[in-house]
Write a protein that binds this ligand. Structure first.
Ligand code: F6R
Length: 613
């Protein structure tokens, strides 16, 4: 969704804002703009462009046509009003006294627009953002107060989810920021202050950041940052150090972030394991979770969206088999509106890479109101979900830029395995030897993933044969079904080929009628106990003319009697096969997208961080 950057310091702001916006491109956008306050004239130079950031880059000569050391920038993902230059941010008050950018949605903007119209304001765009900026201007003039007063008056009146960065002509060298239920981070560097929708635009300058809370406000100047509450009183916010480096947000020689991130999986998994396993013993105390507490939970609810939900589907099989805990899993946007009946002695687990997904956050809040313990599995430090859950089990994937998740998904799986092992240990269901064996298997995963990636050319060849497919079906049973769900989502989101995943046994209850001569069916068969059953289902589709790709464990050579193309993955513990079998499917989706000449990292209509419901 929209991205915000801001810079105030001694350097020219324009090129820094453009560079910062390029780090936020992954969030998804359809227009962009910057506003820089000219240090000499005090006027704002506002430049906007529809389409890719490149258009804005050309228009501003990489930001150099704007002159000034204080500015804000924005990538817009259209919600209120089409993706046009007029609707692009920054927006400004009639006299260009107040200029600002916004991420999120203002629910009561119509009512506020009417009020402002009655007060003599006119509107040039269809956006809710213009309404907010003009409301700030209205309060600024009405109460003759400071920017902090004007913004606070506005925050009290607006409803919805938002983050804002605003400049005032009469306050040179100052940027004001505020947020509610949408991400915004403030960074402090030597002689400069920055803000961003996440830390990636500021990593070149600093790793010292401040996470402001809902309805708090920040003032950024070259010399420092000051924070305020809704009453306008100064408040202290603890600075935090980010452990991501600037390289993490560069492609480092890879053609796309997605391929880089596929290659980063072994490292990300090792770092995630190392966070919870010390000297061969695993311990979730870093997440505040004690075995004694786990013993008390009778069931687990897992709620998430998209790929994170697929992690939950795989985890359900692991928890139920390994730890004998019943698991209920739901999609966050469904869960939050279905009046779920929740039992007290339960643990609610929300999984989210960004930690800002609106539906997942709403589900978490709903559960918290019912006094049920909540655990977040989150990648972004200081994100809303991480801050609001009772326990946080971070994943250590580093920044994930490609819209299609790979390494964060893989790390989420690791956390769920560890949580399941902790449950099994707490309930006395597993011996120390068995746990040692599982830990060894977990540490073997990075090397095994590297082996799979090492064979990527074979998958590239296969992808080139099927890049013009109309439909691709994925089938599997148990954990293999969960793998198929994720493989299918990866394929459709970046290749735009229609794809569906089915529990293999369900196919003949309707969907098999879609199988025709040459239809590509990808069957996942990594579970020994279900292998023969899945093979029977493969035979069923084969006899309807399907072209079969099979993914199975090394050694299951008899699959070659049935399928046309096989990818063998190394053997691991039955619980962990998702971590290996997903890698060829990530590569397949990547190469199909590449063969079709699509924008792999930024697929159409999608945003990385879905901060609206
Ligand atoms: C697909 C993908 C999405 C996300 C989903 C949840 O590749 O990345 O389906 O998994 O939007 O996002 P987070 O994990 O940030 O809550």
């Amino acid at each position: 969704m929209c991205g915000i950057v801001g810079y105030v310091g001694s350097e020219q702001a324009g090129p820094i804002l453009l560079d910062g916006l390029s780090k936020l491109e992954y969030r998804g956008y359809d227009s962009a703009g910057i506003a820089v306050r000219n240090d000499e004239t005090g006027e704002f130079q506002i430049v906007k462009a529809k389409g890719r950031l490149h258009e804005l880059y050309i228009k501003t000569d990489g930001g150099r046509t704007t002159k000034g050391t204080c500015g804000i920038g924005h990538t817009r993902w259209a919600t209120h009003g089409e993706a046009t230059e007029i609707n692009a941010h920054p927006h400004y008050s009639d006299d260009k006294n107040v200029v600002g950018v916004h991420n999120g949605i203002i629910e009561n903007y119509q009512e506020l627009k009417e009020k402002l119209t009655r007060k003599g304001y006119s509107f040039y765009s269809e956006t809710d953002t213009e309404v907010v900026i003009k409301l700030i201007d209205y309060y600024y003039k009405k109460y003759l107060g400071t920017p902090v007063d004007a913004i606070n008056h506005t925050l009290v009146r607006i409803r919805g989810a938002y983050s804002l960065a605003v400049m005032f002509k009469e306050y040179p060298g100052e940027i004001y920021v505020a947020r509610k239920d949408a991400p915004l981070v403030v960074g402090r560097a030597d002689g400069a202050s920055l803000c961003g929708s996440d830390v990636s635009p500021m990593l070149k300058f600093t790793r010292t950041v401040y996470y402001i809370d809902d309805l708090q406000l920040g003032k950024l100047t070259k010399d420092g940052v000051t924070f305020y509450n809704l009453d306008g009183d100064e408040i202290e916010i603890e600075p935090k150090t980010v452990n991501w480096d600037a390289e993490a947000v560069e492609k480092c020689g890879f053609e796309h972030f997605m391929m880089k991130e596929i290659h980063e999986q072994p490292k990300a998994i090792t770092e995630t394991l190392n966070a919870y396993i010390k000297d061969g013993v695993f311990d979730l105390s870093a997440a505040g979770i004690e075995d004694d507490k786990l013993k008390t939970y009778q069931r687990i609810y897992i709620v998430a969206c998209g790929s994170a939900y697929h992690v939950g589907v795989a985890a359900k099989y692991v928890f139920e088999k390994m730890a004998h805990v019943p698991v209920e899993i739901d999609i966050a946007s469904e869960f939050r509106y279905r009046d779920p009946i929740l039992m007290k002695d339960s643990l609610f687990v929300v999984i989210s890479q960004s930690g800002e997904t609106a539906d997942s956050l709403a589900a978490l809040r709903l559960v918290k109101e019912k006094n049920i313990d909540t655990l977040a599995v989150v990648n972004v430090t200081g994100s809303s979900i991480a801050r609001e859950a009772d326990y946080v089990m971070y994943t250590y994937a580093g920044p994930e830029i490609a819209v299609a998740t790979t390494k964060a998904y893989s790390c989420q799986l690791i956390n769920m395995y560890l949580l399941s092992m902790a449950f099994a240990r707490a309930k006395g269901l597993t011996s120390a030897d068995e746990l040692d064996k599982l830990i060894k298997a977990l540490y073997a995963l990075p090397g095994q993933i590297n082996e799979i990636i090492g064979d990527k050319e074979r998958i590239q060849w296969f992808a080139s044969q099927f890049s013009t497919s109309q439909d691709i079906f994925f089938i599997g049973r148990g954990i293999d079904y969960a793998i198929g769900l994720e493989g299918s989502l990866k394929t459709k989101e970046i290749s735009y080929i229609h794809s569906e995943a089915y529990a293999a046994g369900e196919l003949k209850h309707g969907t098999i009628s879609l199988i025709d001569k040459g239809t590509l069916v990808i069957s996942v068969a990594t579970q020994d106990a279900l292998y023969e059953k899945t093979v029977s289902n493969i035979v069923e589709v084969k006899s309807r003319g399907a072209y079969l790709m099979g993914i199975t464990n090394s050694g299951n050579y008899n699959i070659e009697n049935t399928v046309d193309f096989v990818v063998y993955v190394p053997r691991t513990e039955q619980y962990f096969t998702t971590s290996l079998a997903i890698v060829p499917l990530q590569l397949l989706a990547y190469y199909i997208s590449l063969a079709r000449g699509l924008d792999v990292d930024k697929p159409r209509n999608l945003a990385k961080s879905v901060t609206v419901e």
